[in-house]
Design a protein around this ligand. Structure first.
Ligand code: GLU
Length: 424
């Protein structure tokens, strides 16, 4: 088993520059002025905090954390908390902006936010991660709350992290506040269907996009980059929908099988070994070669900037459905468009997570819990409605899906600003 993870992007991504360029295109398309661009480019609030940690061996280490509230005009800020060594303030700003557009596009009543702590969680014990989460929560607690800003899992965090966050916030307030976070364990006010929601949404949209291109999903082929919270379940749901999953990768390597991988067996292997590498049911592949593998569908579900100017001309999929946030750089977007590849943008494709986060928050606020069937039916309905809306808008304007999706979202947020007026 290979144990050293290499950074997945060959070229450092600049997600904030890309996010600003996407916003600028939408502003131009909508005919708004520079003032509206400035209003929407600049986060409303951002905080950087020191997170002192006592390591298990007694040493003190001081980590850096951020929380950026990009927009609050349509409701409380909403967005994940990321633990990654690559976290930077600019990255968090870009991710927060994308959350604003995602929530607006799917019409969930939130603004956008993101948080991050610069830490490689693989190098810390569970109790150290608990201390980091609790201290970070305590530092940002004046900013968060069910009516202010509601964190959720993202890269490097999970339902345990959300349980610690909820507990820390609740202890500070003297009572249990379930609605301060989403993506919690089921036993602590989590929602049925939340853990798999992003992946389900990715697959709902992927099947619709394939059909749009005249490809029958039954018997179509797919490759998935990333085998974490999003990629793993997406690979399984694609296989269940009748696609052949030809290859998947994680940060350590990749595996493939021409007849299609047995995804359930692969998941069992990953549970036992922590990586797809060494899976006996497939051949070992170069990690980054999955992007270039010929298949009907590519789902990049790792991190930002994995499809860039250096490899976009080698992507051989007909349809790219973005499971990750920001996997396609601005330059790569242009290259894929020129080559006729249909790219379903992140703010639409991976919105299933925040949709079910919204359902979780509604359930927690009402203390009334829905069935799995209810959650999944409502999730599918919202995803397909948004897909049709974006596709129709893109056809009408003759622009790529990302431009159409961003313009629809930006218009909703801009209208909220205009209707609320500028104070004072
Ligand atoms: N981190 C997820 C995302 O990027 C979910 C955010 C949420 O549920 O608030 O969409």
């Amino acid at each position: 088993m290979t144990t050293t993870a290499q950074p997945i992007t060959a070229v450092p991504a600049n997600p904030l520059a890309d996010a600003h360029a996407q916003l600028a295109s939408a502003i131009e398309l909508l005919g708004y002025d520079d003032g509206m661009f400035s209003l929407l480019a600049q986060p409303r609030r951002e905080v950087t905090v020191a997170v002192p940690l006592r390591r298990d061996d007694g040493r003190i280490e001081v980590l850096v954390g951020h929380r950026v509230q990009h927009n609050l005009s349509r409701g409380p800020a909403k967005g994940g908390l990321r633990f990654s060594p690559d976290v930077s303030l600019d990255e968090v700003r870009a991710l927060a902006m994308w959350m604003t557009w995602k929530c607006a596009l799917l019409d969930v009543p939130y603004g956008g936010a993101k948080g991050g702590v610069r830490i490689d969680p693989a190098l810390y014990s569970e109790s150290e991660l608990e201390r980091v989460t609790r201290r970070y929560t305590s530092e940002i607690s004046p900013l968060i709350g069910p009516e202010r800003d509601i964190p959720a899992p993202d890269v490097g965090t999970d339902e345990r992290t959300m349980a610690w966050l909820m507990d820390t916030y609740s202890l500070q307030h003297g009572h249990t506040v379930l609605g301060v976070t989403t993506g919690k364990p089921l036993s602590l006010g989590g929602s049925r269907g939340r853990a798999t929601a992003t992946s389900r949404g990715v697959v709902h949209v992927a099947l619709a996009a394939l059909r749009e291109c005249g490809i029958d999903p039954a018997g179509a082929t797919a490759v998935v980059q990333g085998f974490g919270k999003v990629g793993r379940h997406a690979a399984r749901f694609l296989a269940e929908a009748g696609l052949r999953v030809l290859a998947v990768s994680d940060q350590y390597g990749a595996v493939g099988a021409e007849p299609g991988l047995d995804v359930a067996a692969l998941e069992a292997h990953v549970d036992a070994h922590g990586t797809v590498v060494g899976f006996p049911g497939g051949e070992e592949l170069d990690r980054d070669a999955v992007l270039e593998r010929s298949a009907d569908l590519l789902v990049p579900a790792a991190v930002e900037g994995t499809i860039h100017a250096g490899n976009a001309d080698r992507v051989r999929a007909r349809v790219v459905v973005e499971g990750a946030n920001g996997p396609t750089t601005r330059e790569a977007d242009g290259i894929l468009e020129a080559r006729g590849v249909l790219v379903v943008p992140d703010i639409l494709a991976n919105a299933g997570g925040v949709i079910v986060s919204y359902f979780e928050w509604v359930q927690a606020n009402q203390a009334y819990w829905w069935s799995t069937e209810d959650v999944e039916a409502r999730l599918e309905e919202r995803m397909l409605q948004a897909w049709h809306h974006v596709r129709d808008h893109s056809r009408r304007l003759g622009v790529p899906l990302r431009t159409a999706a961003t313009a629809l979202a930006v218009e909703r947020v801009a209208q909220a600003h205009q209707q609320r007026g500028l104070y004072p």
